[in-house]
Design a protein. Structure first.
Length: 61
């Protein structure tokens, strides 16, 4: 039987520094000007997802 929580986690990094995921996603924007416009949304969504993960991990602010 699989863990239901694992299915919801998706591609979100686990047990890693959330800022590392943000940095990697932002690096994916480096060559955005050379990519087709159709790919821009996917890359911006990835950055948004990583930012959401990083912000949701802040629990002692």
């Amino acid at each position: 039987m699989s863990d239901p929580g694992a299915e919801q986690a998706g591609d979100a990094p686990q047990d890693t520094d959330p800022l590392a995921g943000v940095a990697e996603a932002v690096r994916a924007l480096d060559d955005l000007d050379q990519r087709p416009v159709a790919e821009h949304v996917e890359r911006f969504d990835a950055v948004h997802t990583e930012l959401t993960v990083a912000l949701s991990s802040i629990d002692k602010v």
